[in-house]
Write a protein that binds this ligand. Sequence first.
Ligand code: G
Ligand code: G
Ligand code: NA
Ligand code: MN
Length: 248
Amino acid sequence: ATLESALHGAVRGGELHLLYQPLEDRHGRWHSAEALLRWRSPVYGNVTPDQFLPLAERSGLSLPLGEWTLTQACAQLATLPGLRLAVNVSARQLADPGLPALVQRAVQQAGLEPARLSLEVREDVVARAPERSRQALTALRETGVRLTLDDFGGSHTHLEGLQRLPVHAVKLDRTLVQGLDRGTRGGALVAAVVHLARALDLEVMAKGVETQAQQAQLREIGVHNLQGFLISAPLDLPALQARLGVAE
Ligand code: G
Ligand code: G
Ligand code: NA
Ligand code: MN
């Protein structure tokens, strides 16, 4: 069997699961988490999203995978009182006119307040089709979920289009956070990007935070919603529940 046919089976056969990577707030509390898809294949072992998501896009599995992820993430979020959850949405999913209805169904079936869910769309995905993306995001926003531009400032920030984009938040690209280690220029760049986002009334988060020095610099710049190995690696659901002090 090929990796592709194995992936078909994985969606049906219970080989997929979600890990959750928390974000801390300004008080160091875990207020939200991001769902990260994992595939444990009996044949191929652990296959990373970087390997199987491009394959899924090519083989028409993007939508079934995305539907599984949204449904599962919402069901599990219902066991995590008070927490917010982010789910990544692929280019193919964003282009699917059925996405808003799917999101609405997943949220309703789980009995969730829609604003507890946020959808993350990568900036380069939006940059490739700005007008179509703006329309898709506008339809998604009507469901009441929150919207985040992921990997912000990493590649093609389109300043004129940004102000018309109906997103609530941006998540700074990992390379910006890594740039903090390269002295004052890195800090100045992050401060400028954050200033830009704030001018547009966008909430700012950062990912890939690995060191206390990065955390301190981000806090100094005024970015308090932080994600990365310093705060926590991605956790399975029982580990997250244990850390949050909720019973299963
Ligand atoms: O989980 P990990 O850090 O290995 O993620 C690798 C890449 O896969 C990241 O860019 C992440 O955003 C993406 N990714 C993880 N889970 C999902 C998912 O459920 N859907 C989509 N579209 N991307 C995901
Ligand atoms: O780009 P995105 O955030 O969607 O990708 C998440 C991926 O990055 C996951 O595979 C996750 O395991 C990994 N990751 C999470 N935190 C860190 C971090 O602090 N540093 C690095 N290098 N990778 C991280
Ligand atoms: Na991610
Ligand atoms: Mn993300």
